[in-house]
Design a protein around this ligand. Structure first.
Ligand SMILES: [Zn+2]
Length: 589
């Protein structure tokens, strides 16, 4: 679940708005004197089921909880999101202050590059690096590897790097922001990395974005990375991608390992399509980077270390790439770099024998359980069923449901019944209304699916941008609306992201990579259809809400407005049926 979804799930709109307005019950909904304009009779409504609000009076506007806070507190979307996240106790990806500008970023790449060279020269030439040198030798790295990966060493000093880089014209502020220095409470700065083996981390273009550092004694933690900075984002980093990208494309296969040491050894031994995920769980951003190179992803991770939550997410990534992710089964207690170093042929065999992730999860579950007992049977179902529920492809899902049924020796119908109890599957969208009202069924958030389709068309086909009509009023979700607005004058996806809060980046990636079914032609026609559907949903919601809020008093302006809305709806319907007749029964969803 994305951080934004988590905020939405934890926050109840009635609680939030209740702090700004005296809400009174009105049927299933709540009403108040509008907190934005002055009035004598309440025309402001809150809809707990849809987690939205609307003012039918002078404002004639509404939206979700973010839109409310933005308007009330005069904040932009990112600020409102952060305010509510804090209230909900949700941690968001950090927002890098003013780091968005390209020229500023260049400065950080430059300083990182200078630091990498400095550390590397120290490892090669400084007597103080003796311990580090013997460590890399013991590890089995050749001189060529040390140069290729620009492995380095940081002196055990509080200010050696600081003095070196400041002498070369870099400001202390730049060094702090780049994460090379840290600042204590009193404002005193020191070198962040001291007496460590230094591994420069590069992006796909080969620029140094940050560092990984390893201790040279037995202290913990063994590894430490650069903090988040304008250039370094751990969750979006794949170590080794600069050297592996071309090979991944050529071999149409990527091996994903856990740590940089694994990757360095892999490359030294000729496994040049290996990258590291910088942690046990791979992220959606990483999958999106790899997917452009190959859909053939093979994990070489310690499965026990990765939590079930991470595995579940990984199964979700299969839906994104539209292919199975496979897992290499390593011999008990061995790291990938050991296996590779010992015998490359053994490694190559293990790669060809990699099994689908889901089969791997079955194996892992089975060894822990005694499937002759009723308790462990239901334990297996509890563990595996949510994973199977996350599979989008119905054929693959059916295959694994059968496998599960056979495994626990329970008939397929029972398994299917349990599955339907689980549904809706763990998905990105929130699935339940927070406080189900006494009457009526919670409305599914269909509009957000259509909104995402709308945005996917827009982001993937920039030529659709900048229509005269303001389409943003049809967008209900604030994060979607924010993307829409910023996109109107963003040159490309990269600059869109630079100008938008990092908490929304994952959502943008999902939209950009959305598979748009159907022909590539007639994009504009499809877009127009989509806009029409959005407009209709908007009008229908508006009509429904006006009807519900009817008891608030009827006036003529209101009636006129109602008539206008229903006319617009009728017009849309007739346009749609004309279209259908003229398109030879072309079906549309
Ligand atoms: Zn109002």
């Amino acid at each position: 679940m994305s951080a934004i979804d988590e905020v939405k799930q934890r926050i109840d709109i009635a609680d939030v708005i209740g702090q700004y307005a005296a809400l009174k019950k009105a049927g299933r909904n709540l009403t108040a004197l509008c907190p934005f304009h002055s009035e004598k009779h309440p025309s402001f409504f809150v809809y707990p089921e849809q987690q939205s609000w609307h003012c039918f009076g002078a404002c004639n506007t509404g939206g979700d909880v973010f839109a409310f806070i933005m308007k009330k507190e005069g904040l932009d979307f990112g600020e409102a999101l952060r305010l509510l996240a804090q209230r909900a106790g949700v941690t968001l990806p950090s927002r890098v202050e003013s780091g968005g500008r390209k020229e500023e970023k260049e400065e950080f790449y430059k300083v990182n590059d200078a630091a990498a060279l400095y550390f590397h020269n120290l490892l090669l030439n400084s007597p103080a690096a003796a311990k580090a040198k013997s460590y890399v030798e013991k590890r089995g790295f050749t001189a060529r590897t040390i140069t290729d990966f620009q492995i380095g060493f940081s002196l055990d000093s509080w200010d050696a790097l600081k003095l070196y880089l400041m002498e070369r014209g870099h400001s202390e502020k730049t060094l702090i922001t780049a994460g090379l220095l840290y600042e204590d409470e009193k404002g005193k700065t020191s070198d962040r990395f001291r007496g460590k083996l230094m591994i420069p981390i590069r992006d796909i273009r080969g620029r140094v974005t940050g560092f990984g550092a390893r201790v040279l004694d037995d202290s913990e933690p063994k590894y430490k990375n650069s903090p988040q900075s304008p250039t370094f984002d751990k969750s979006g980093t794949l170590y080794g991608i600069d050297r592996a990208a071309a090979e991944i494309r050529k071999q149409d296969k990527a091996i994903i390992m856990e740590g940089y040491m694994d990757v360095i050894m892999a490359h030294q031994c000729g496994v040049t399509n290996a990258v590291a995920s910088m942690g046990t769980a791979i992220t959606e951003t990483q999958v999106n980077i790899l997917k452009k190179l190959s859909k053939n992803l093979i994990l070489s991770l310690d499965a026990d270390a990765a939590g079930e939550e991470a595995m579940l997410r990984t199964v979700g990534y299969e839906n994104i790439i539209g292919a199975e992710i496979r897992v290499i089964r390593l011999p008990e207690g061995k790291d990938p770099d050991e296996v590779i170093k010992e015998d490359i042929n053994v490694w190559n065999t293990l790669v060809t024998q990699a099994i689908p992730l889901i089969d791997f999860l079955f194996e892992k579950t089975v060894v822990k359980l005694d499937l002759t007992t009723a308790r462990d049977k239901s334990g297996a179902v509890d563990r595996l069923l949510p994973i199977l529920a996350a599979i989008n492809d119905p054929i693959r899902q059916a295959h694994y449901l059968q496998k599960l049924a056979a495994l626990v020796k329970v008939d397929m119908n029972t398994i299917k019944a349990s599955l339907s109890r689980l549904k809706p599957a763990p998905a990105r969208r929130r699935t339940t209304a927070p406080k189900p009202a006494a009457a009526g069924t919670p409305r599914p958030l269909v509009s957000s699916v259509r909104e995402e389709y709308f945005l996917a068309l827009l982001l993937q086909h920039p030529e659709l941008k900048n229509r005269e009509e303001d389409l943003s009023i049809y967008i209900v979700n604030s994060e979607n609306r924010e993307i829409f607005h910023v996109w109107q004058d963003a040159a490309d996806i990269l600059s869109l992201k630079e100008r938008i809060d990092p908490a929304i980046h994952e959502h943008i990636d999902a939209i950009v990579n959305k598979n748009l079914p159907g022909a590539r032609n007639n994009i504009e026609g499809r877009f127009n259809d989509c806009v029409m559907e959005l407009r209709k949903t908007y009008l229908r919601n508006l009509a429904a809400r006006r009807a519900e809020s009817g008891e608030a008093g009827v006036d003529t302006a209101r009636l006129e407005e109602d008539v206008k809305i229903s006319n617009q709806l009728r017009e849309l319907d007739s346009r749609k049926s004309q279209k259908r007749n003229s398109s030879f029964g072309r079906t549309r969803r």
